[in-house]
Design a binder for this molecule. Structure first.
Ligand SMILES: [Zn+2]
Ligand SMILES: [Zn+2]
Length: 332
């Protein structure tokens, strides 16, 4: 038996005692050591995201392999691993065009299949990556960092670029560090929560503003929105220089329209990108974390046992000043 958080239906959570599932030949059983709460978990709990209920949430996690199926070849018992949650069929139109993130038969661990907010989870071998000496809590950032890397494959950062990032939550801070690695010489951050602004400063932002009106217009080669706030997304095109790039990364509320001035888009010759999850970016993410090129050590604000998952969600929803990444440690 093992403990797991179950979202029975929107807004209804239980801490369940479940029987360990049987392993298929190509699956591994992972003892979960660290599992990060993400905005998506909140959407699943609140019922505004494509999930299959009841669901064990958790798609940003790491742990140690406890058992392996007969045909598993890359791992052994005791391997330390992190999990890439998206599972593609590799046999649909989108998969066969290297757009596995839009797989027609898409499944995701922690969204449509049992996830990592549990003491144990069973996942296919192909979703699993070795983390070697990387700490479990840091390895739990493999998934969010993969998404950031995917976004930065779309909007290109060139050496010498000036970049602005909207939002200094965990994702904004990952962007701040990544664009620096890619050669940005100036990174500004927009953030109105004091502790998050301080975090951006700690991670080396050149300039931090609380209000978007404080920025000079037409002054950035690349503008990245990591907030999903519609009014801010609309203003990305004011800050970017002519010929520059905009990456709309934050998740906006559903069914709300974005108002962009057509003439401005036309005159500035902008390129606007969106980005959805990731496509095979896990190896790079682990390499960056392992090499210490991306530092997540100051991004975790809370470490809670499984039984306090709901409290963790509420902390994030309240948006209190000191809340950053909330990490669930299921073995505690
Ligand atoms: Zn996530
Ligand atoms: Zn597919």
């Amino acid at each position: 038996m093992f403990k797991a958080i179950r979202i029975v239906q929107p807004n209804q959570i239980t801490l369940a005692n479940l029987k360990l599932p049987r392993l298929q030949a190509d699956e591994v059983l992972i003892k979960v050591m660290a599992s990060g709460i993400c905005g998506t978990d909140i959407h699943i709990l609140r019922g505004d995201y494509i999930a299959q209920y009841p669901i064990i949430p958790g798609h940003e996690f790491s742990g140690v392999i406890e058992k392996i199926g007969e045909s598993v070849s890359r791992f052994e018992i005791g391997s330390k691993v992190a999990v890439e949650p998206n599972i593609s069929c590799d046999n649909c139109y989108n998969c066969l065009n290297n757009r596995q993130n839009y797989c027609k038969n898409w499944q995701a661990i922690g969204v449509t299949k049992s996830g990592g907010m549990a003491q144990f989870v069973v996942v296919p071998e192909k979703s699993v990556f070795n983390i070697d000496k990387l700490q479990y809590e840091y390895a739990a950032f493999m998934e969010p960092l993969s998404c950031v890397l995917h976004g930065l494959k779309k909007v290109k950062i060139n050496p010498g670029d000036r970049v602005v990032v909207f939002g200094a939550g965990p994702i904004g801070i990952l962007f701040l560090q990544m664009v620096r690695l890619q050669g940005a010489v100036h990174v500004s951050v927009l953030e109105n929560i004091t502790s998050r602004a301080a975090l951006a400063e700690h991670y080396g932002a050149d300039q931090i503003f609380q209000n978007i009106s404080d920025f000079d217009k037409d002054n950035f080669d690349v503008v990245i929105d990591a907030t999903g706030v519609i009014s801010l997304m609309e203003q990305t095109i004011d800050l970017v220089r002519t010929g520059g790039g905009v990456l709309l990364f934050g998740v906006p509320p559903a069914e709300q329209k974005l108002k962009l001035e057509g003439m401005k888009l036309f005159q500035k010759g902008l390129t606007i990108f969106s980005s959805f999850t990731s496509v095979r970016n896990s190896y790079q993410a682990i390499a960056l974390l392992e090499a210490g090129k991306i530092d997540v050590s100051d991004l975790i604000s809370h470490r809670l046992p499984l039984s306090e998952f709901e409290r963790g969600i509420k902390l994030i929803e309240k948006g209190d000043d000191d809340v950053k990444k909330v990490m669930i440690l299921p073995q505690q």
